[in-house]
Design a protein. Structure first.
Length: 129
């Protein structure tokens, strides 16, 4: 299986457990890994034969900017589910991994980052076993 890796997507958003995080906001960084078959675009050299990763980047930026969740886990899940559900070639995506980093977590005495990383696969339609 092949991979498209999108790293360092920086976005300003309003997700956090503290009320001020949902009002003042903060910077986040998102990395996305997409597993899919890139054989056809590797031969054709046509954008129409592959996943346009510009749309994925815009989707991530929009979700981070407009969501107001308490937990990073919820935002990371929303990003993964949105990618799987809303990309034109979503059926071709075998798996998506999202790493969501809060760059300045408001934790006294802590100067590091907090990252939630999760991996999801497309859900099968109901009735298909």
């Amino acid at each position: 299986m092949d991979i498209i890796r999108l790293t360092g997507i920086r976005c300003y958003g309003y997700t956090g457990a503290l009320p001020e995080e949902q009002v003042l906001g903060q910077w986040f960084e998102v990395d996305v890994v997409l597993w899919l078959d890139l054989t056809q675009p590797g031969h054709s050299d046509r954008l129409s034969d592959t996943l346009d990763y510009r749309a994925i980047i815009q989707m991530v930026q929009q979700l981070v900017a407009t969501s107001k969740f308490a937990l990073l886990e919820r935002l990371a899940t929303a990003i993964a589910e949105s990618i799987l559900a809303n990309t034109p070639k979503s059926g071709a995506i075998q798996q998506v991994q999202v790493a969501l980093t809060k760059l300045a977590a408001p934790i006294p005495g802590f100067n590091g980052n907090v990252t939630i990383e999760l991996t999801r696969t497309p859900s099968k339609p109901a009735g298909n076993l």
